[in-house]
Design a protein around this ligand. Structure first.
Ligand SMILES: [Zn+2]
Length: 382
């Protein structure tokens, strides 16, 4: 690990004994600032034409407006970590990996100016000439390294400083991607979904393969990934990478797990449906992530789990996220709440429940956790 990061974590470790009983629930909320997905009126994955960005243009402002009404117990408005696309798909379509930063520069600067963090959200979307669509590249190490190196360099250059934090597209990592972001200088990554495995599949939106993730055996607490296996901390004689992995918060529910598997099955095509069905059949109370925009029932399960942890340990980190286009109204939805309404309800309920439980709520950015990591005993370092 770098000297400065090492000092920061060691200092935090020293402070941990003093602060362990601060009775605080720390909350990190990330936003994946992707182009609009097809289900939100965006471009299908089988076209190379320009993408649509209503989620970034309108959704982010809506999220910020809702967040501005909420303060934590330290007088801070809700902070968010905005994860901006910069990768080879952007370069292929717009001629510049970091086009989304340049195009919306005023927005990012105004968000950063008010205390939010601007982070990096690279996707490994690669165009397939054979199938005429974008797909998730997970095997070609040279291509993946090049995509990340170019994306990071371009974003650093447009921002005028290097991003500290990353959140990977689809929440995917491999040994190659984790090693590459560590070498590039990323200090915090919050992509892991402990316990989650999805095999990837063709979808009905035009792609022949995407949504592959493998976080089996990943701990629920922050850790420094092993160079031998990105999903966990180092074992004896293994080297730790110079990056902190901050896993997303999860909760357990067999019923909701089966429902999520069945949703993925419905979206999959052909033989992939069978694969997803077989995973659904084996659903075993696996850990589930809860985006800020998920149904309030599911989100409340996550909040309950984290509040219990904060009471038990004196503090806990609630790490969650959402997509910019989640904040757009969905045409034709009449009887159920829109996702942006879930977002508003979930934030207000989180605020109310923490105060009822006499827990201090503190909103932080992903990179703020670098200073706080030692507050937890679960940080695994070399
Ligand atoms: Zn994304």
């Amino acid at each position: 690990m770098t000297d400065c990061l090492l000092c920061s974590v060691m200092l935090s470790l020293l402070m941990s004994e003093i602060n362990r009983a601060d009775n605080t629930l720390y909350v990190v909320i990330g936003c994946d600032c992707d182009p609009d997905r097809p289900q939100y009126g965006g471009t299908r994955y089988d076209t190379r034409t320009s993408l649509k960005w209503r989620g970034v243009r309108e959704g982010i402002l809506r999220a910020r407006e809702i967040a501005d009404d909420i303060q934590d117990d330290f007088g801070n408005p809700l902070k968010m970590t905005w994860c901006v696309r910069s990768d080879l798909q952007m370069k292929e379509i717009y001629g510049d990996c970091a086009w989304p930063y340049s195009e919306f520069v005023d927005l990012w600067e105004s968000l950063a100016g008010r205390g939010d963090e601007i982070a990096w959200h690279p996707h490994l979307w690669r165009w397939s000439e054979r199938y005429g669509c974008w797909y998730q590249e997970i095997e070609d190490g040279d291509w993946i390294r090049n995509c990340l190196q170019q994306g990071y360099a371009a974003l650093s250059s447009r921002m005028g400083r290097a991003p500290v934090t990353s959140r990977m597209g689809w929440e995917f990592h491999s040994d190659t991607t984790m090693q590459t972001i560590a070498e590039l200088g990323i200090k915090v990554d919050f992509s892991a979904v402990p316990g989650r495995f999805t095999p990837g599949a063709a979808d009905h939106l035009g792609s022949v393969f995407n949504c592959y993730v493998d976080w089996r055996n990943t701990p629920e607490q922050a850790y420094m990934p092993s160079a031998a296996d990105y999903r966990r901390g180092p074992e004896a004689n293994e080297v730790a990478l110079r990056v902190i992995e901050l896993p997303m918060s999860t909760f357990r529910s067999r019923v909701l797990d089966i429902a999520a598997c069945l949703r993925r099955t419905a979206r999959a095509k052909g033989g992939d449906k069978l694969r997803h069905l077989s995973i659904a059949a084996k659903a075993n109370n696996a850990s589930l992530k809860a985006y800020m925009t998920i149904h309030p029932y599911a989100f409340s399960r996550l909040v309950s789990a984290k509040m219990s942890e904060a009471k038990r340990n004196g503090q806990a980190f609630l790490i969650t996220a959402f997509h910019a286009d989640d904040m757009l109204p969905v045409p034709g939805r009449i009887n159920t709440l829109h996702r942006w309404q879930h977002f508003a309800k979930n934030i207000k309920r989180l605020r109310w429940r923490a105060s009822k439980a006499r827990l201090a709520l503190r909103f932080i950015t992903a990179s703020d956790t670098l200073q706080l990591l030692g507050h937890r005993r679960g940080v695994q370092s070399a």
